[in-house]
Design a protein around this ligand. Structure first.
Ligand SMILES: CC(C)(COP(=O)(O)OP(=O)(O)OC[C@H]1O[C@@H](n2cnc3c(N)ncnc32)[C@H](O)[C@@H]1OP(=O)(O)O)[C@@H](O)C(=O)NCCC(=O)NCCS
Length: 161
């Protein structure tokens, strides 16, 4: 779970359309090919999609520090998006969001969680390994923008401690 100072004031909340300006700023600084606002709106409206923000309570305002989007598909959770605002990285926020995904997966009785990650994204791969994911495969040239392979990772919900 989240251990750093910033996470003491973190509130996990449902994403809504009013969050989009802040989310788009994080999205653009985080990804080569960012999602569009329309893609987030589609996720917020989709029944199978869980869209959560990590809100940081600063003394005078609440800001979005990061967010996670995942689908529940039969008995699996599929991670579709995860990003943390640059100035709040390496303070445990992403791990906190993944813990929340795991807790929802557990409560929903899901068996496993899965994700795809660019093979060059060493920080994210390390994060996922720390959260119990293991590499199970590869999709060659999955990312058309950089012609990069995707690494496929899985985690067993029940075996998680
Ligand atoms: C990847 C990302 C979500 C990590 O968010 P974060 O809040 O900084 O991650 P955390 O602080 O929770 O880190 C947890 C673990 O991840 C790993 N990690 C995170 N950032 C790292 C870095 N820059 N270098 C090495 N390891 C890193 C570490 O193992 C860390 O554990 P530790 O602190 O005990 O060493 C963030 O860097 C980001 O938004 N990147 C751009 C978007 C992205 O790549 N999303 C994932 C798409 S698949």
């Amino acid at each position: 779970m989240c251990s750093e100072n910033a996470c003491r004031q973190v509130i996990i909340d449902l994403m809504n359309n009013d969050d989009l300006p802040e989310i788009m700023a994080i999205e653009k600084e985080s990804f080569v090919s960012p999602w569009t606002p329309g893609m987030f709106i589609g996720e917020i409206e989709a029944r199978q999609s869980q869209c959560l923000t990590a809100k940081i309570n600063l003394s005078k305002k609440v800001i979005i520090g990061g967010y996670i989007v995942f689908w529940i598909v039969v008995d699996e959770a599929h991670l579709h998006n995860l990003a943390v605002k640059k100035e709040y990285r390496q303070q445990g926020l992403a791990r906190h969001l993944l813990e929340v995904m795991w807790e929802i997966s557990r409560q929903e009785g899901l068996k496993s969680q899965t994700l795809e990650v660019r093979e060059s994204n060493a920080e994210a791969i390390r994060l996922y390994q720390k959260c119990g994911f293991v590499v199970k495969g590869r999709r060659p040239l999955y990312y058309t923008d950089t012609r990069e392979d995707a690494i496929i990772m899985w985690a067993d919900v029940k075996s998680r401690v």
